[in-house]
Design a protein around this ligand. Structure first.
Ligand code: MG
Length: 307
């Protein structure tokens, strides 16, 4: 194990050294938040949007202007992304729904129910190239007053797909102890889903699972364990152009190869809940780390268009 003296990375495999820069430091961009989540890059506005969940607000960060408020209240928004048209898609705890922000600034609710019952608290979301919206719906956002208010669950945690043409929400997998972050492989033949565990249960599953996507582009099979984050569990993550997973974890970011090997870590002083690639070339990693926002220039790029 090689700890680079000049920066914050820890290499466990020679492949990791190709992904990071010896002279790029971890940068503290802003702090003083309560719990950051849902980073998403807007290249067309040269800015990042990020959610401060307990403060019920969506924030905007740019290199020149720093932090400002974008939406307040945000309905306790958590994970977010952009659809194929570039519109903001948000998961919300308080009203237990998925929304889209239109070009005129109005909000459209995309999903509030599934299987005939209220959703729990949509947590994280990704959009596939065919326009379908995939999101996780664990119980976490219903359990505390801190992130939206305690509410009763109406159904078990599940992973959902929202059809872009019909608007139908379909459960794709429901065998989860807390589905959380999710991302497709660059060729979209694999879907990775973090399982963060069932709160309060002694025996619980905490690992990243991998599903095979069928030739129809939507059916799932498999779901086996891909990688166990150690220590703890994974929250949100993104995939780079080589198919490596960059996962938020207790001690920073764990980088996992497509074969499941831990390649290395980015060591961060606070727990990383979620992250995304962005900036001009999609090579800058933005890290939501508890009460602070960090960034690190890397030598790879996000798999998905950074917009
Ligand atoms: Mg999450």
């Amino acid at each position: 194990m090689l700890r680079q003296p000049s920066n914050c990375t820890e290499s466990h495999d020679p492949r990791f050294d190709e992904l990071v820069l010896f002279n790029a430091e971890l940068e503290l961009l802003a702090e003083g938040f309560r719990w950051l989540e849902g980073p998403v890059w807007f290249g067309d506005h040269n800015c990042l949007l990020v959610n401060d969940i307990p403060n019920n607000r969506t924030l905007r960060w740019s290199e020149r202007q720093g932090i400002s408020t974008f939406l307040e209240p945000s309905d306790f928004a958590n994970g977010q992304t952009r659809d194929r048209q570039g519109r903001l898609i948000q998961c919300h705890h308080r009203n237990r729904c998925l929304t889209r922000r239109e070009f005129d600034g109005t909000t459209t609710t995309l999903a509030r129910e599934a299987r005939g019952h209220r959703l729990n608290a949509p947590n994280d979301v990704v959009v596939k190239r065919d326009g379908s919206i995939w999101f996780s719906d664990p119980l976490y956002g219903l359990l505390t007053d801190y992130e939206g208010g305690r509410q009763q669950s109406a159904q078990p945690p599940a992973l959902y797909r929202l059809d872009p043409d019909t608007g139908v929400v379909e459960a794709m997998a429901s065998d989860f102890d807390g589905p959380n972050g999710l991302a497709f492989s660059p060729d979209e033949r694999l879907l990775y889903v973090a399982e963060s565990g069932a709160p309060g249960m002694a025996e619980t599953r905490q690992h990243i699972r991998v599903f095979q996507v069928g030739a129809d582009g939507r059916s799932l099979s498999g779901g086996e364990i891909f990688h166990k984050i150690n220590p703890g569990w994974a929250d949100g993550f993104r995939v780079d152009e080589h198919g490596n997973l960059w996962c938020g974890a207790a001690d920073g970011v764990h980088v996992i190869a497509p074969d499941g090997t831990l390649l290395g870590k980015v060591l961060v002083p606070r727990r990383v809940s979620n992250l995304c690639f962005g900036d001009r070339y999609g090579s800058r990693l933005f890290l939501c780390a508890s009460t602070a926002l960090y960034a690190l220039f890397t030598n790879t790029r996000g798999a998905a268009a950074p917009y």
